[in-house]
Design a binder for this molecule. Structure first.
Ligand SMILES: Nc1ncnc2c1ncn2[C@@H]1O[C@H](COP(=O)(O)OP(=O)(O)OP(=O)(O)O)[C@@H](O)[C@H]1O
Ligand SMILES: [Mg+2]
Length: 369
């Protein structure tokens, strides 16, 4: 089995007045694992259904390899599909369910027997071939669905929240199984999820969807370190947002003011020039792990000070919620590594915060949200 590329060009899908998908273009590489990640209603399923052929785009083109499949029937696209609800045939045994796509394709009996055997082994269901779906656990049923989608060796596999109905532990186990299988088979996977951790674990690249559009596409580490909008910043990982005033460019970076007595510097990205006009209201985004904390009075005072409102010990790290002095709004999330002898902070303690200048992102206010 070898993966095919999937090229989605300027796809739009309208249902009456609703634009479910609003001009999406994505190039999926052969053998790539791409996740579509986004909130409910952002168009993930609709996009997947158009790639599978169950929905016709209002406009745009879909290619698998070099072939334009935009108007090709689903069963002629050679694409495997796994849904959230396992969608197994209840009256058929595991073996019959898995052999179904091959029987539809009128494959020779001996070949069906061999391939079904291989597919059952692939998903570790060797001794379950004669059971009915109702006699299987949720995880086992989803493995049957996966085997059924892979049995005809499609170069492309589409999965719509395939693990959504499973509990956390089983979900994590199947994430690793699916990823391992995908890498071994070399199949191209497009995987829909609204769970960012799942997307980070499994994907070569993630397309973050917002309101029918791709807000940003990139490797997990890329999206985490360089979100292009506040929406992406908030959707991938945890992020603090601070409303600040832009003072101008200094030697070390952009200077911003949080309030009268608190200001800090944001490092310029390589090649970046002044992007904002002086006095502009901006949003500074800071990750919890990019903040350092000192007890008040244990060094030169820093500009940003606050009081620990909540302190949570989590084994490998400590989470603090800090109310900033002179500022309304939600507390700042801070994540500190905990190691032998590291300082801990208690509720009510007054602290100074500093932000790593190269870890802060500035956005114009109102950018996309
Ligand atoms: N058949 C339909 N008729 C009308 N509107 C539809 C139809 N299917 C989807 N929509 C609308 O299109 C938008 C995108 O829906 P879609 O199911 O693609 O979202 P999703 O990202 O998969 O969400 P979820 O995470 O909840 O599954 C929604 O506003 C939805 O109400
Ligand atoms: Mg959906």
């Amino acid at each position: 089995m070898k993966g095919s590329s999937v090229t989605v060009s300027e796809i739009v899908k309208q249902y009456g007045a609703v634009t479910a998908v609003d001009g999406v273009s994505v190039d999926v590489q052969p053998g790539e694992f791409l996740s579509l990640l986004g909130p409910s209603g952002s168009g993930k399923t609709t996009l997947l259904m158009m790639i599978a052929g169950f929905e016709l785009p209002s406009s745009g083109v879909i290619r698998v390899g070099a072939t334009d499949v935009t108007h090709v029937a689903p069963n002629k696209r050679n694409i495997g599909m796994v849904f959230q609800k396992y969608a197994l045939f209840p009256h058929m045994s595991v073996r019959e369910n898995i052999s179904f796509p091959l029987r539809m394709r009128k494959a020779p009996k001996a070949e069906i027997h061999r391939r079904v055997g291989e597919a059952i082994d692939l998903v570790h269901l060797g001794s379950y071939g004669d059971r009915k779906p109702s006699q299987l656990s949720g995880g086992q049923q989803q493995r049957v669905a996966l085997a059924r989608a892979l049995v005809f060796e499609p170069p492309v596999l589409l999965m719509d929240e395939p693990l959504g109905a499973l509990d956390k532990k089983l979900r994590e186990q199947l994430q690793i199984e699916i990823k391992t299988l995908q890498q071994r088979l070399g199949v191209t996977v497009i995987f829909v999820t609204h769970d960012q951790e799942e997307a980070l674990t499994m994907s070569d690249r993630i397309a973050v969807m917002d309101d029918g559009r791709v807000a940003q596409i990139g490797a997990p580490s890329d999206l985490y370190a360089n979100p292009s909008t506040p929406f992406v910043a908030e959707f991938i990982g945890k992020m603090n947002f601070l409303v600040v005033d832009y003072l101008g460019e200094g030697p070390a970076g952009s200077e911003v003011r949080l309030h009268d007595t608190a200001s800090f510097t944001v490092a310029r990205r390589p090649g970046e020039t002044a992007r904002f006009s002086e006095g502009a209201r901006l949003v500074a985004a800071v990750r919890p792990e990019s903040i350092t904390v000192r007890k008040r009075g244990t060094g030169a005072p820093e500009g940003v000070s606050g009081t620990v409102a909540t302190s949570i010990y989590l084994g490998t790290h400590q989470t603090l919620l800090v109310d900033l002095d002179g500022r309304e709004g939600p507390p700042i999330h801070v994540q500190l590594p905990v190691s032998h002898g590291s300082q801990t902070f208690a509720r009510g303690e007054t602290v100074d915060l500093s932000f790593r200048p190269e870890a802060i992102h500035l956005f114009a206010r109102g950018t996309d949200q």
